[in-house]
Design a binder for this molecule. Structure first.
Ligand SMILES: Cc1cc2nc3c(=O)[nH]c(=O)nc-3n(C[C@H](O)[C@H](O)[C@H](O)COP(=O)(O)OP(=O)(O)OC[C@H]3O[C@@H](n4cnc5c(N)ncnc54)[C@H](O)[C@@H]3O)c2cc1C
Length: 448
């Protein structure tokens, strides 16, 4: 194992920043007995402080990314948790298999996907990432290993999926992949004039495997919630052009564009974003005829620009993602958008999505209803106070905030939102009795 290195780390939102002592093991066997506070880190794509541990240890899992086995008949794959979604797809897609659930970036590790129990555009049908997880190895603070699945050590399984790394280090993961005929998606877009129309479109197109809406956050009044609802299906061979049918899994390499330097904070402002939103709504909202698009453009549009988080300037940004139960969701999210508009705080990216049933993870985020995610440049106390007002709206509606995106929720509100906290703390007490797995997030939320 390379030695401990002290450095500044942050999540994807670049707020907050913490000085941590990092370790980068080459093999799980190097994770011996650990007497100090420690937390695992995958690709650092959680937005806030989930993978930060100020003045304490952070275990970087990027070297722990070996593929262990793959059965091309059944689609069952086993790999170390540091493997990224991108590496997984590069390996499995040419053989006709795609992840059953994927978040909106492929630069995440399998460990991060299990620990946050991430959801994708198919959550309303297929549930969260854990539904595709057959089992995983959990490594405790003394280096001991236990296999966790629905059949074995289920309590540890349920505490670890969505458990934000606080029950131990996830070692090898076994996954069920999804059979696909091509690397393409057949997509359809629908323009929604307002939030009500967007909800109607989601209900009307419940059968679509993938659905998500981009919201124009600059639209106000009767146009509040104006959006483009995007639907998708894995494209069968017969929908592809003759050229694509020749090699259905070969797609053009993507140019790797980077944000060359830290952008000044004022570059993203309501005027530039407002103009972009108008254009996007007009062009994308009109694409009602199904079209074929490669999987990266459909699932990972933001990955085309590396380091896009630098567009928000030195102070970084917060993403506020909440989910509210279906009954009352429209009213609660409308209230939230009104509160945002009245605050005049800039907000640039808004995403709405219908979600399916609650899963097995004690701290998993999803519940049946609607989720809204907003990207907000960090502006200090003004933003923090605004988000507390959002919390009150969400909590009153019976909803919750997503820990993988969070950097500021307080422990009282957290307890009101997550009924699984007490059973989680009990399971953590069994799996990690000395509380050696902790993070800035766990201290903030008083998670033992
Ligand atoms: C552009 C973008 C789009 C996104 N879209 C979505 C989306 O659509 N749906 C969604 O659900 N999320 C989404 N996310 C959030 C992201 O999927 C999660 O935060 C995920 O956990 C990040 O994985 P990571 O490997 O970067 O983990 P990190 O950010 O490094 O860590 C996240 C958590 O996982 C834990 N962890 C990581 N590896 C291990 C391990 N081996 N053992 C134990 N614990 C571990 C960490 O301790 C931490 O608590 C998005 C993020 C970005 C930047």
């Amino acid at each position: 194992m390379s030695g401990q290195l002290t450095k500044k780390l942050s999540g994807w939102g670049r707020y907050p920043v913490a000085v941590c002592h990092t370790l980068r093991p080459e093999r799980y066997a190097e994770l011996g007995s650990n007497s100090e506070s420690s937390i695992a880190r995958g690709q650092g794509r959680a937005y806030g402080d989930a993978a930060l541990n100020t003045e304490r240890q952070v275990v970087l899992t990027e070297r722990l990314g070996r593929l262990r086995s793959f059965d091309a008949q059944s689609g069952v794959l086993r790999a170390e948790a540091g493997l990224t979604m991108q590496q997984l797809i590069d390996f499995s897609l040419p053989q006709g298999w795609f992840p059953s659930v994927t978040p909106g970036t492929q630069f995440v590790s399998l460990g991060g996907c299990v620990a946050a129990d991430v959801h994708g555009k198919n959550h309303h049908h297929d549930g969260a990432f854990s539904t595709s997880v057959m089992g995983f190895e959990l490594i405790d603070a003394d280096g001991g290993r236990r296999w966790c699945s629905r059949e074995e050590n289920f309590d540890a399984f349920a505490a670890t999926v969505g458990g934000m790394g606080l029950t131990g280090i996830i070692g090898e993961v076994e996954l069920q992949m999804r059979r696909v005929e091509s690397a393409y998606i057949q997509a359809t877009h629908h323009a929604a004039d307002n939030l009500h129309a967007a909800f109607e479109l989601f209900e009307q197109h419940y059968d679509a495997t993938y659905s998500v809406a981009w919201i124009d956050l600059q639209a106000r009044g009767a146009a509040q919630g104006r959006s483009v609802v995007m639907l998708g299906e894995h494209a069968p061979l017969e929908r592809l052009s003759a050229a694509q049918q020749q090699s259905p899994f070969a797609i053009k390499a993507r140019a790797n564009r980077r944000v060359p330097f830290e952008m000044p904070g004022w570059l993203l402002n309501p005027l530039t974003i407002g103009a972009f939103n108008q254009l996007y709504y007009r062009i994308e909202g009109r694409r009602r005829t199904p079209f074929i698009i490669d999987y990266r453009k459909f699932f990972y549009p933001l990955d085309a620009l590396s380091d896009w988080n630098r567009l928000y300037g030195r102070r970084g940004f917060l993403q506020y993602q909440c989910v509210v139960p279906r009954d009352g969701a429209q009213q609660a999210l409308s209230e939230l958008l009104t509160t945002l508009a009245e605050s005049r705080h800039p907000a640039f990216l808004g995403v709405l999505k219908k979600m399916g049933k609650t899963g097995e993870g004690l701290l998993s985020f999803p519940l049946e209803g609607y989720t809204l995610a907003l990207d907000l440049p960090f502006s200090g106390d003004a933003l923090l106070q605004l988000l507390q007002r959002f919390d009150a709206i969400v909590s009153n509606a019976g909803g919750r905030v997503y820990l993988a995106k969070d950097a500021r929720l307080d422990s009282e509100m957290f307890r009101a939102m997550y009924p699984g906290v007490e059973p989680f703390i009990q399971s953590k007490g069994v799996l990690d009795p000395d509380g050696r797995f902790s993070s800035d997030l766990s201290r903030r939320l008083e998670l033992g």
